[in-house]
Design a protein. Structure first.
Length: 214
């Protein structure tokens, strides 16, 4: 008869086995204590195979060391509108964070990797400035010029859709953040014609005014 396996007192990486636990399935489980003081439960298989060597701190230490090796001093360097000031710790953030001064006056912590890749170039004011530039007199110019039609559109014309509850074709138009309902029609072509007329009148006059200002 084979001797019962006893791992109590044995070390596996940073783990020391302190007690055997009831089985879950066919593999015995062991209560371990990590060198860092945290408890860990592991099976015989993962311990003896070397798949589990710590409570998880070994991997965290590896990542910390790797970050330390790849971390560079970027203080004073400029990334778009941002100037890196100094490294900071931010709760729940694993990335290396730097407090940055934006040209607009805001200070904000930014992941160093995102700045180096060029993905973040401001505190957010660049996006805000860009969006603001889209609007003129309360009108979104790119949206006005776009001819994109929703995949759910069944008429083939922007601003015209079928209302099955009334069995009618509806025409409408958006202008300066207001929705204008142009009526319901039995004939789709009539609804399209009404929409085109409203588009020419509202959008056309506005775009003529806008283009003359450029």
């Amino acid at each position: 008869m084979s001797k019962k396996l006893n791992l109590v007192g044995q070390r596996f990486g940073r783990l020391t086995v302190i007690a055997e636990l009831p089985k879950e399935g066919s593999s015995p489980r062991w209560s371990c204590i990590c060198d860092c003081g945290n408890p860990k439960v592991a099976t015989t298989i993962v311990l003896r195979r070397g798949d589990c060597k710590s409570c998880g701190c070994l991997h965290r230490d590896y990542l910390t060391d790797r970050h330390a090796k790849t971390d560079t001093d970027i203080s004073g360097k400029r990334f778009g509108k941002l100037v890196a000031l100094y490294k900071v710790k931010v709760e729940n953030k694993k990335s290396i964070m730097w407090l940055c001064q934006c040209d607009c006056g805001q200070t904000i912590p930014i992941p160093a990797s995102e700045m180096k890749k060029g993905k973040i170039r401001s505190c957010g004011c660049l996006i805000s400035d860009h969006v603001t530039s889209w609007f003129e007199a309360g009108t979104n110019i790119p949206a006005l010029l776009a001819n994109n039609i929703s995949s759910r559109n069944t008429s083939g014309t922007k601003g015209v859709h079928f209302d099955p509850s009334r069995n009618k074709w509806c025409a409408e138009i958006m202008f300066q953040r207001k929705r204008y309902r142009l009526g319901r029609y039995d004939d789709k072509q009539e609804a399209i014609q009404i929409r085109k007329e409203a588009e020419n009148q509202l959008h056309g006059d506005f775009l003529d005014w806008y283009n003359n200002r450029q």
